[in-house]
Design a protein around this ligand. Structure first.
Ligand code: IPE
Ligand code: IPE
Ligand code: MG
Length: 243
């Protein structure tokens, strides 16, 4: 089960590869997205078991509107269906849900469902699950800057930090992308400044506990330097051991 000694507080995942998973099985792409929901369910449980406190997943990007209309509407229905089906059990497991992204692009019904799910899980404390839907890193930076301007506040790093859509959680420690692609695709551009990256060859529906553990184990072996030298980091670690 737990394989790493240093567990990341915040894990962010680009859940990629649903379409290819389905196509390989001669299934419609939406079948891959459905299986993706199951994979997310499994991943949430595994993260709780391993002591991860924040999980942020990319479910629908600002650019995914450019997909065929049938796939877009299928993804919207799937979100509504998953909300109805999964929220009670997620809540029972101590998951606090946040939906991150531009709600203005969503139908009233979907937006109301998201708000309801957030409200009904607001008291939970085991895991914060941020589902990024109609989200883009550039949108996030632009909306944060716009809100500072609207409030007549100067645009500073601290100000932007506080106005970003993920201001309620610390920055991600580990950024995983599944599906074998090596790109960010407009995910957490601002927040991943010092994240450790891990690219998994598994297609998202196949991303199981073992695949997650591979990422966690790799993370545990990294030295995070935040601009300092290795000697400085080791000195701090040694003084913490002595203390
Ligand atoms: C990720 O899987 C889910 C969404 C983008 C909604 P894809 O649908 O991008 O799957 P591939 O990359 O085509 O296999
Ligand atoms: C990123 O995957 C978005 C999500 C996983 C929701 P894409 O499949 O849309 O990314 P690109 O188009 O391959 O870069
Ligand atoms: Mg993809």
């Amino acid at each position: 089960m737990t394989v790493s000694t240093v567990v990341p507080h915040h894990v962010a995942i680009v859940m990629d590869g649903n379409g290819r998973w389905a196509t390989k099985r001669f299934l419609p792409r939406l079948a891959g997205h459905k299986q993706g929901v199951e994979s997310l369910r499994r991943c949430v449980r595994a993260c709780i078991q391993r002591g991860v406190r924040v999980l942020t997943v990319f479910a629908f990007s600002s650019e995914n509107w450019n997909r065929p209309a049938e796939e877009v509407s299928g993804l919207m229905s799937l979100l509504a269906m998953a909300l109805g089906r999964e929220v009670p059990s997620l809540s029972a497991e101590g998951v606090r849900l946040h939906f991150v992204g531009d709600r203005q692009g969503l139908s009233e019904k979907v937006a109301a469902g998201l708000a309801q799910a957030e409200q009904s899980t607001a008291h939970n404390e085991r895991l914060v699950l941020n589902v990024c839907f109609n989200y883009g890193g550039r949108w996030d930076i632009a909306q944060a800057a716009a809100s500072l301007v609207a409030r007549g506040e100067p645009i500073t790093e601290a100000g932007l930090n506080g106005a970003m859509a993920l201001a309620h959680v610390p920055d991600p420690d580990l950024f995983i992308r599944t599906g074998g692609e090596y790109r960010i695709s407009n995910f957490l551009l601002w927040q991943s400044a010092y994240a450790e990256f891990f690219f998994s060859p598994s297609l998202w529906p196949d991303f199981d506990e073992a695949a997650l553990d591979a990422a966690l184990q790799d993370y545990a072996s990294r030295e995070r330097r935040f601009g300092q030298t290795s000697a400085q980091i080791q000195q701090v670690a040694a003084s913490q051991v002595r203390a």
